[in-house]
Design a protein around this ligand. Structure first.
Ligand code: HEC
Length: 426
């Protein structure tokens, strides 16, 4: 896990450097120009949503950085103001350390997603044949032998998440007298690798899973049903099946998913705070965002860009009135903020029907603006060259289809359009 985090940190540092280069020239009117530091954890939906958040904040003019963070210690770091934002706080694995910082008034909540969350012991559907009686937890001991591995036998193996995801699995095993041993994986990728391997051969496996997640679209399965969770189960030993021990129950089945910031955030970046409080995803939406990274194998930044370009109907509702003065580039899968000139350039493109033949990232009748930018960004006087072509039209550079002249576009507008197009270099 250390190694992975280190590796991650390295990639992230490179990404931060890129992000800074692409940042908007000005920060949001009158607010702090200090970078807003967004925490990045070790699973994909969090990474994608964090990058979506950062992308939107930088589009409206904030400086944004991404920092890898441990799931438990991050709340202390946020409480101290060294990190500022966490957009996915899961009840099942993070409630305790989060609530601590809340009660010390070092963090403040900025709302709850619509998505309901569950994190618990889970099995792929073919396990029903190997362990009849599932999903009832009482079936588990009879098939512990089938789930035993050399490192756990004679006990069965429960493959749990990384150590920094707080879960009382060991307490539960003791309280419910389960013949199982917890084996923690270094990262979520290891969980899915083990699941894929077991799935191929239909070998027994019992592992941690959660919803919303991309996993169920690929591997049907179910959660083990333990005695229902109540707060008393975690605090009061006399509650539940085992009168002497706590944790004789499952995890919450309709857990919350919250967002929170450092307590000084609102004062320093008030419009960004308003945006954060509006960010809100449902269960399916979150799973779909994660699957861009996992199934389509995009990096979190690519997945975030894709998500933004395909879901403007969702994220536009997240922009509060303080962002009204800004016209955002909606069809642009840009990674950074729009400078004022760029926004109106897109408007000019719209009014003059350029977008009937061009799009930013796809070839239509004419070449995509990204491709045009990539072709000319090294050409001296490209702005002049393209401005002339925009007004006069022409043919032969990209194929046989001619581009018509645009007499309604004046020199100034043509230059603005050309500058904007050239700035779209991917
Ligand atoms: C009817 C379709 C159509 C419309 C409308 C249109 N274009 Fe084009 N555009 C094309 C085609 C086709 C080409 C490729 C021409 C060529 O191969 O030289 C092109 C090429 C371009 C190029 C690249 C020029 C080069 O020499 O490489 C730019 C820049 C451009 N268009 C911008 C615009 C802008 C800005 C508008 C709106 C003001 C616009 N286009 C409207 C079809 C169109």
């Amino acid at each position: 896990m250390k190694l992975m985090i280190k590796h991650h940190a390295c990639i992230l540092r490179a990404l931060i450097a890129v992000a800074i280069l692409q940042l908007a020239p000005s920060t949001f009117a009158g607010e702090s120009a200090d970078p807003i530091k967004i925490a990045i954890n070790n699973w994909s939906s969090q990474q994608v949503l964090s990058h979506v958040t950062g992308n939107l904040l930088s589009r409206i003019g904030y400086n944004v950085e991404f920092h890898p963070a441990d799931t438990q210690t991050q709340f202390q770091t946020i409480g101290n103001g060294n990190l500022h934002v966490q957009v996915e706080i899961w009840e099942g694995t993070m409630a305790e350390s989060f609530n601590q910082q809340l009660s010390r008034q070092r963090m403040v909540g900025v709302g709850t997603h619509r998505a309901k969350t569950r994190e618990d012991w889970w099995y792929p559907e073919y396990m029903i044949d190997i362990c009849p009686g599932l999903p009832n937890w009482k079936a588990l001991n009879d098939c512990a032998h089938a789930l035993a591995t050399p490192e756990t036998e004679p006990a069965g193996r429960y493959l749990a998440g990384p150590m920094d995801w707080e879960r009382p699995d060991r307490e539960r095993i003791e309280a419910l007298k389960l013949n199982y041993t917890v084996v923690n994986v270094p990262n979520s990728a290891t969980l899915w690798m083990e699941l894929e391997r077991a799935w191929q051969k239909k070998t027994p496996i019992l592992l941690m899973n959660w919803t919303p997640n991309w996993v169920d679209t690929k591997y049907p399965g179910s959660f083990v049903e333990f005695p229902a969770h109540t707060p008393e189960c975690e605090n009061d030993a006399s509650w539940g099946l085992n009168p002497n021990l706590t944790h004789d129950c499952g995890n919450p089945v309709e857990g919350w998913l919250k967002k929170a910031t450092w307590s000084g955030f609102q004062e320093k970046w008030s419009c960004a705070f308003a945006v954060l409080s509006k960010i809100n995803l449902g269960t399916r939406q979150l799973a779909a965002a994660a699957s861009l990274a996992e199934i389509d194998e995009m990096s979190p930044e690519e997945a975030a860009n894709r998500w933004i370009s395909e879901n403007s109907n969702i994220w536009k509702t997240w922009l509060p009135s303080c962002t009204k003065s800004l016209v955002l580039m909606d069809s642009v899968a840009a990674t950074a903020a729009a400078a004022p000139g760029q926004e109106s350039a897109e408007k000019i493109a719209k009014t003059n029907n350029c977008l009937a033949c061009h799009s930013v990232d796809k070839k239509l009748v004419g070449p995509s603006f990204n491709d045009i930018a990539a072709k000319y960004f090294n050409t001296p006087e490209a702005t002049e060259l393209l401005s002339e072509k925009i007004i006069a039209g022409g043919t032969g550079i990209w194929g046989d289809i001619p581009m018509p002249a645009n007499p309604s576009v004046d020199n100034e507008q043509a230059k603005q359009l050309a500058t904007w197009i050239l700035s779209l270099k991917p």
